[in-house]
Design a binder for this molecule. Sequence first.
Ligand code: DON
Length: 567
Amino acid sequence: MKKTAILLILSLAFIQCKNNNLTKELIVHKEVGFIADSAMVVSAREEASKIGVEIMKQGGNAFDASIATSLALAVAYPYAGNIGGGGFMVYRKNDGAIGSIDYREKAPLAATKDMYLDKEGNVIPDKSTLGAMAVGVPGAISGLFDIHEKFGSLPFEKLIQPAIDLANKGVVVTQKQEKVNNKYRPLFEKANGRTILLDKAWKAGDTIKYPALAATLTRIRDHGRDEFYKGKTAAMLVDYVQNLGGIITKEDLEKYQAKWRKPITFTYDGNKIISMSPPSSGGICIAQILKSIEPFNIEQYQHNSTKYIQLITEASRRAYADRSHFLGDPDFVNIPVDSLIASDYLAKRMLDFNWNKATLSSDITHGNLTFSESDETTHLSIVDQFGNAVSITTTINGAYGSKVYIEEAGFFLNNEMDDFSSKPGEPNMFGLIGAEANAIVPQKRMLSSMTPTIVEKNGKLKMVLGSPGGSTIITSVMLNILNVLEYDMTMQESVSKPRFHHQWMPDNIKFEPAFDTLVFPSLKKLGYQIDQSNSPVIGKVDAILILPNGKLEGGADPRGDDKAAGF
Ligand code: DON
């Protein structure tokens, strides 16, 4: 095990679990992640994590580091890191102040509700996922500049320079990158009508230089935020997209503005959880699932046992049904947030849960609430030497987004429009179905599952985490919270554990290939459908745990090239 240590805890007696009589083995192997004294970045690429750490070594705070790391990911991890997409940040400052910013993409002004339907009202295959029509108005640069304006302590030029240098110097291709690049190559030409930089048989060990992206980042360094939304880069983007038949205009870019929002907060088992509010469904869904299972005292069930999977599946089924009906952009639809995460409402939702039989998703609809009407992503977790914490999830949606790559400007554009509900009841690329609340409207933000999250215990920072994975993001974050809070796992052990997922529709439980199949017969007997074919990995969680001695433990997901760095 390269940088992870194996800690052997020898105990002469059985170790008693917190509040129950479960026993653990005599010898417990605990996989411990990278440990740092005071500051840490965990992200999808080592280069990006190191750049964030370097910024903190120069005296920068977690916000500075998050900007530098995000921009470095746009270079080192074109699969998901981006300036052509959007994201969310949740923060907790060292004085306990919390907040979040939404820099999610928006539907262009010329978007229409039925833009992905043919004359017969059927969804046109690929139109919302591949090519220029799939692109939402990017929010990433607006978000990073707003974060800097409010919390940055070093000049922006200093934060963007490492990404420029990295783009000029080049990034070494990893094995995993070689694999995904080869997989998606055929789509690059399809989306762009030409070959692009990545449309080559790049091999692990090759170095790819990104001069066009370096030039774009340099212009942003020199001219600021407006370069992307009003300057040369804006003109390049609009020309490129329109030449490919897309509908984004100069006005769309000029109008884009990131938004500070109040995060979702709730308590679970004495911990305060801080997560993203709409237009992300993450915070509300995770609150619904955790608060639905809270009365059951989940730690009495063995981790990943039939009962554990059953309880979480039933809570998830109900939460995702609510997601589909109630959630969308809060600037366009009213969302009964408080009612949706209220314990009494959730207890009622769980009343028909039966230990002896799976509930059918076809028998579940959204809850009854009256209220007034009026493939790619990446996560980074940061704690700085001052005790500030930042949790950012950012995305271009699918792998390499829409595959539209502005060759001259050196970056991919998102295919975030697919996160809208193209047609009620019709699944998107993550199998999620939506309703009116998430219908396409010009300038509206599409519903997200991104769940950048921070956990606090007794008024102190405890954990920072998040994940990519589309609809499985919510589950991945929730399972990791349980792994640590209920099963005392180390952060690294937690992120490495095999995962499962249920999202109401389709009515099956997805399992990672590494999941122990021993539980399958009992689940099948109870009426659960098992799907182990369709999900090679569920999420890629990057997380930081604050240890009792104040040190930081990184959890870098082995499913990717993810890496923790710090000091
Ligand atoms: O915002 C969302 O929920 C999706 N666009 C996230 C996409 C994603 O995580 C893809 N990664 N596997």
